[in-house]
Structure formats: C-alpha cells, structure tokens
Ligand binder design. Structure first.
Ligand SMILES: Cc1ncc(C[n+]2csc(CCOP(=O)(O)OP(=O)(O)O)c2C)c(N)n1
Length: 620
C-alpha cells in the first residue's frame, strides 16, 4: 500500500496532491474488498461511494464541515479515511466498529444512522443551528436514490428549499435500493440521467474538451457553457430547482477529478444545492457490479459446509415467504407489501408468482401501512411485511389508519428481537410494547415454523381488525411442511405441566424455556411451560384456571420489559388480587450494541443457561 495506511485523518488525505487521489481510491477499494469479503458486512454500497467519499473529505474541511451520511451502510470508506483504517477488520463484530454511523464512535460521524432517509432533515437542522449561532462551516448530506424514496427525505427537501440555508445534498444515484429501486421518482432520475440527446451532446463536448491542449482554457470554458445550455434546453428545470435548490449534474461519481472540481466550485454557494452523482453499486468488483443484490451485504467467509452435515431447518423469513405464496394461491384477495425489502422479508417468490398482487412501495413504511389500509377497505387481505425496527416509522399509521378503523391488515414483523450484527439501530425490541398497547390489535409470536404457518393462516381468516405476527432472525426450529391449521384467537399451548414454577414464554423464548425443563427437574423443580403465542389477547381461560395454582411465575420475552408481555401478566395477577411472586425476564431499558445474536442473547441473559440460573435463583 502506497498511501492509504498512512492516512490517519482527512487532514492527511488533504496533504496529498490531486494526482494521488486515484491511487488512494484504488487502495481504499482493494482494502475494503479484501477485508469485508473475509469478515462480512455491507460491500457493494461502499464500493459505489469510494470516489465520492474521498472527494468530499478532500474538498471539505472535515470535521469542521459536517458530512451527514444517509443510512450509513455505504460509509465504510468514510470510516477508513477518518482514523478507522486499523479497526475496519472489527466492523460489525462484538465490541468492534458499528456497521453504520455512530456519534460515540467518531467525531466524523456527525449524525447516527442505520434507518434510511434521515440525512437531509438532520443536515438541515445542523445548518439552521449553525446560522442561529453565526458559525461558519458547511453541511453536506449524502443520500442514495433508494433512501430518497422515503417520505422523510421529501419533507426535508420541502423544508430546505424554503429555508434557503447552505446545505449540499449529494444524491448518490446508482439506480438501486437493496433490490432494484422502483417508483415514479426513480423513473424521473433515470430520465434526467439517460436523456439520449443531452447525453450525446454532453459526451461529444466532453471528448472535445479532452482533445484540446491544456492552454486552450477559453475554448474549454465555452464548451462547458455549451454543455450547460444543452442541459437547460433538454431539462429547463429539474424538480430540485423547482423546490428551491440549485441543481448540478448528473456527474460521473467515479471520476475523482470531476468530483473534486465540481465540489470546489459549488462549495461556497450559500444556498441549498443538489449534486446528482451517478455511481455503480459494487464498482470495481465484477461479480458485485453484475449482482449488486447479492453483494449488498456479504457473510463472513467460513469453512465450506460438508455434504454430510444435516440440513438446517429453514429460517422464519423463508417460511413466511413460502406460506404467503401458498395462501395466495388459494385466496386471490391476498396481497403483499414490502418497503424496499423484497429479499430480506422473504417475498422474492411472491413477487415472481403474483406480480400484480405484490407491491414494493420504496423505503416508505408509513405509506406502506396506510396504502394497506386502502387495500383492506376494498376487500383485499394485505400482508405488510416490514422488519420490526422499520415499522417504528409507521406508528401513527398503524393506529390512526388501521386499528382505529378496525381494518384487517396483517403485519408480519421479521427481525423481531435482537438482530445481531446490524446492532442497536436494527434490533426489533420494542414491537411487543408498541403493538400491545394499541386497541384491538392482535399480537402474536410463533414458537416455531409450523406455528408461523398456522398463525398466518389464522390471520388471513380474521376479518375483525389488525393482526400482527413477530418472529426473529433465526432458524424456525421445527418445520414439517404440512398444511397449516387455524388457531383459536387468544389460545395458549401447554408445553409441559408442573407445579413448582409457571414459565410463560413468548415466541423465541418458548424453545429456550422447554430446553431447561429437564435440568430444572434434576433440581426437583417441576416447571409448567406455556407457549404464549397470543401476546394479546392473552388466554384468559388458562389464566383464570391456573394462575392461582402457582406461587412463583416467570415471564420470558425477547422485547423490552417496559410495556411488555410480562407487565400484562403482572397487571392481570394484581387485578385478581393474587399473591404470587412474578419474575419478568426480557430486554433491559437500554440500547443493545451489535454482535452475533447468540452472544447478545447471552449478554442480556436470554439464552437457556442464563434463564436456568435466573429461575433457580428465583425459586430459592
Ligand atoms: C427506514 C428503513 N427502511 C429500510 C431500510 C433497509 N435498507 C438499508 S439500505 C437500503 C437501500 C438503500 O438504497 P440507497 O439509498 O439507494 O443506497 P445504496 O444501497 O443503493 O447505496 C434499505 C432499503 C433501512 N435501512 N431503513
């Protein structure tokens, strides 16, 4: 490595000549590819932003000037250039660098991220605070075309165009979200980028400029003016200009010299500016360029799995996808909605098999929910598949548009619980609490793959209001691929009977509870374990008939305790004036960092061994 390993800060980068930047970009690309291919992480997005990142830190005086990255999954080069070269190999590892932006990690991570579409709002807020204090620095928000499909980004553009603060918004347009970006705005960006006549004139002028000797500055500048007139002819104004921004682009986001020049030119404009850069996701790595969906994120390289190893039980996400397809075959009213997470939620087959009944609405969770409400009003059975953490974006829509109107919308919350390497921004630990308190919401969690099928069937047959199903990012434990059965609403399942302690377990915690029954028996403790698949409504028949039998009750859930299932049990017991002792086990009132899911579960005491210890202590 010629330069990169000696760049400990953007200041070091800025001490290089412009000519060195191409080599630095090559080294960044090589370092990131070799590291991330080995340890796993987001790959293709960062490869598309190498030149942009380098140019921004080269032209802007960071950290005084503020770069605000959207989502943060494309910011690995930013991490490397801002003093985290040595620690890149720890990214997404337990106690290592975060895979996203994190204020506590670096002063260069100006605004934390992980969820999409926040960068323009945050940048505008920083710009306004700067001006209120008469401070002097620049603010740049960098947002992908996918993240730009989120309503929050449009709200921010609307506000920024009005407030007229210095704010550069770089639209990093690679025409991809995780899967292909779709939507009318995406089509608009493509139109700007691919206008044939304009691009013909542009490339011809570009070639002419390149052929001119260096001292023909005057002619060069005339040609550049001609190019800009051509743009104005074919695109009299862009939507960004109509919204109050100055618009520059589209520019080649992999041409480091062009980027540095244009950033130098627009840096001091004291107004909102959009710079539209065209990039390629996975740039520089053939296989990532040709399959950017697969290489959006890669897994850690592991030993090859030997052929005689037993086949793993499918993960919940796949059972959800297959079951949705099977149900949709026999019920033509079933439709599926995703907010730009076709692959992650398991809806690829549904999208292929039922293209007319599948809707990718973009990174627009709030819209997805109200849109589902509209579909339900007209007799459809919408399955809204959104990760638990991203559904937080749509809370008022769930309440005001769905629950209040008792619309039968099915919410399938994948990645409920601790998600592992994506960390605090992505853990789905609030949904039990946020769903439980909504009037009329059915809240469920299957204990295994078979039960996920049963609950989905039950949900599609339930027409009195919304129905939610949460499941984690892990193996579904049991899956027999049989026809699903309806489950009575509000019914629990007795897993083992006993009289010394009652364990009321939810979803992912049911198998972890049954796992310790034998060990408890060895200590002469007979535990009754209940699969509380309906978090709401609870099984009142079971509670009425059995809760008074136990002096010691343990509730276990993979969610925060405040507002959780355990609180529901404690409240019920107290209402009935029962004098039993209740131990609520769940997640702490704190944010949990990133790392492998099993290690995080151990850390918070939700693995089988910790549960065993806690129960033994409690019974003593
Ligand atoms: C609110 C929210 N919904 C969904 C996601 C999942 N997600 C992460 S990256 C991404 C695609 C972003 O596309 P784009 O902004 O164009 O960046 P690119 O990956 O193409 O560089 C999505 C949908 C998220 N992070 N936040």
């Amino acid at each position: 490595m010629k330069y990169l390993n000696n760049i400990k800060s953007p200041e070091d980068l800025r001490s290089h000549s412009k000519e060195d930047l191409t080599i630095i970009c090559d080294e960044l690309r090589e370092y990131i590819v070799s590291t991330i291919s080995e340890i796993g992480g987001h790959l293709a997005p960062t490869l598309g932003t190498i030149e942009l990142t380098t140019a921004l830190h080269y032209v802007y005086n960071t950290p005084k000037d503020k770069l605000i990255w959207d989502t943060g999954h494309q910011a690995y080069a930013h991490k490397v250039l801002t003093g985290r070269f040595d620690s890149l190999p720890t990214i997404r590892k337990y106690k290592g660098l975060s895979g996203f932006l994190k204020r506590t990690e670096s002063e260069y991570d100006v605004f934390g991220a992980g969820h999409a579409s926040t960068s323009i709002s945050a940048g505008l807020g920083i710009a306004c605070a700067r001006d209120l204090d008469n401070e002097d620095f620049k603010v740049v928000s960098i947002i992908g075309d996918g993240a730009l499909s989120g309503g929050l980004a449009f709200e921010a553009l609307n506000n920024a165009g009005h407030l007229k603060k210095q704010l550069l918004v770089v639209v990093n347009d690679n025409d991809m979200s995780i899967s292909p970006n779709i939507g009318a705005f995406r089509n608009y960006l493509v139109k700007i980028t691919t206008n044939k006549s304009y691009n013909y004139i542009r490339s011809t002028i570009g070639k002419l400029i390149l052929r001119l000797p260096k001292n023909f500055r005057f002619i060069q500048s005339l040609l550049k003016k001609a190019e800009s007139s051509a743009k104005n002819f074919f695109f009299p104004t862009t939507i960004f200009e109509d919204l109050g921004f100055r618009y520059f682009g589209p520019v080649d986001g992999h041409n480091i010299n062009e980027l540095v020049n244009i950033l130098d030119n627009i840096k001091n404009l004291d107004t909102p500016v959009v710079l539209h850069t065209i990039t390629k996701k996975g740039k520089g790595l053939d296989y990532a360029e040709s399959d950017p969906i697969k290489y959006h994120g890669v897994k850690e390289r592991k030993e090859p799995v030997s052929a005689n190893q037993t086949k793993e039980v499918p993960i919940f996400q796949n059972i959800f996808g297959d079951t949705s397809c099977n149900l949709a075959k026999s019920n033509k009213n079933i439709v599926a909605i995703t907010a730009a997470m076709r692959e992650g939620t398991g809806l690829v087959n549904f999208a292929n098999d039922f293209p007319d009944r599948y809707f990718d609405v973009g990174i627009a969770e709030a819209h997805a929910v109200t849109f589902a409400g509209g579909l339900a009003v007209n007799g459809k059975i919408p399955i809204v598949a959104i990760y638990s953490t991203f559904l937080q974006r749509a809370y008022d829509q769930i309440i005001h548009d769905i629950a209040l109107q008792k619309l039968p919308v099915i919410f399938c919350l994948d990645r409920s619980g601790l998600v592992g390497e994506d960390g605090a921004t992505h853990h789905g630990v609030l949904d039990i609490a946020y769903m439980r308190c909504i009037q009329g919401m059915i809240v469920t969690a299957p204990r295994d793959g078979n039960e996920l099928q049963d609950l989905l069937l039950t949900a599609t047959n339930y027409s009195s209001g919304p129905f939610s199903i949460r499941y984690p990012k892990e193996s579904s434990i049991n899956f027999d691929n049989k026809d699903p059965n309806l489950i009575e609403i509000g019914s629990w399942e007795i897993m083992t009977t006993g009289q010394d302690v009652l364990i009321l377990a939810v979803g992912s915690m049911v198998s972890r509870s049954t796992d310790i029954v034998e060990r408890l028996k060895e200590k002469n403790i007979q535990a009754e374990v209940i699969n509380c698949r309906f978090i709401k409504p609870m099984d009142l028949e079971y509670l009425n008939n059995n809760l008074s039998r136990f002096s010691k009750i343990v509730t276990i859930e993979e969610g925060v305790l405040d507002g959780g299932f355990g609180e529901g049990i404690a409240a019920w017991s107290s209402d009935k004036n029962l004098k039993n002792e209740i131990l609520n086990i769940g997640l702490p009132n704190d944010f949990v960092d990133h790392g492998p899911r099993n290690i995080l579960l151990e850390e918070v005491g939700l693995d089988s061994s910790s549960l065993y210890e806690k129960i033994i202590q409690f019974i003593k």
